[in-house]
Design a binder for this molecule. Structure first.
Ligand code: AKG
Ligand code: FE2
Length: 217
């Protein structure tokens, strides 16, 4: 192999796996930007801190969450919804960092979704034992827009279901710096996250951080 062959791959498309028809997992997509992205998110959390939110039925979610962007997703006794202000600070949510936005658009385009204008980023932090039950993302106005999901820190099993909660689901692992994009015919699939196992990750420590970037409005 010549040195040219050795480097000819550098600009090629990232390693990816097709999960289903319109769902793609880009492995290590964020590997070069992990520190910058996480430092941007720490900046966001200084203004709108992490908190446990309650489901409409009054159950405390096991993840801690916050938001950035024009719209923040939340839940309380009045239901699931997007809101432009943080109920904790009563101020607008912090701006979505441009690196988060740009990497989300880049992932969406690679997955075949050209016209994605993200205006919302939900930040979910999982400590060991936290999980997210099977659900659909359906509070957005336009289901032709994809969901882009970034993972950092501890690995977790992601559950990928059908269009009814009772349908069978497959499981695959999300690792640090992976990006998952789903839309099109897969946009309303049930999905969730299995309980996080206790471990320590060299970059995030004892947790997993997920960013779910959406076009909500
Ligand atoms: O943590 C994840 O990977 C998924 C989060 C999710 O599905 C959501 O917040 O709607
Ligand atoms: Fe979701």
């Amino acid at each position: 192999m010549t040195s040219l062959d050795l480097f000819s791959n550098l600009d090629s498309e990232p390693l990816s796996s097709d999960i289903s028809q319109h769902a793609t997992l880009f492995h290590q997509f964020l590997a070069e930007d992990d520190d910058a992205l996480l430092s941007d998110i720490r900046g966001v959390l200084r203004h709108s801190p992490l908190r446990h939110i309650q489901t409409p039925a009054g159950h405390k979610m096991s993840v801690k969450s916050s938001n950035c962007g024009e719209y923040g997703w939340l839940s309380d006794s009045q239901g699931y919804r997007y809101q432009k202000t943080d109920p904790m600070t009563e101020a607008p949510w912090p701006e979505m960092p441009s690196l988060v936005r740009n990497k989300a658009i880049e992932a969406a385009v690679l997955a075949g979704f050209d016209d994605f204008r993200p205006d919302s980023c939900l930040i979910n932090v999982y400590l060991p034992g936290a999980k997210m039950g099977l659900h659909q993302d359906k509070d957005e106005t336009d289901f032709t827009k994809p969901i882009v999901s970034f993972s950092f820190g501890l690995s977790v099993n992601f559950l990928w279901g059908g269009f009814k909660r009772s349908q069978k689901y497959q499981k695959f692992q999300l690792q640090h710096a992976d990006a998952l994009v789903w839309g099109g015919n897969d946009r309303l699939r049930y999905h969730g996250v299995q309980q996080l196992k206790d471990d320590v990750h060299p970059i995030t420590g004892r947790c997993r951080i997920n960013l779910t970037i959406r076009q909500a409005g």
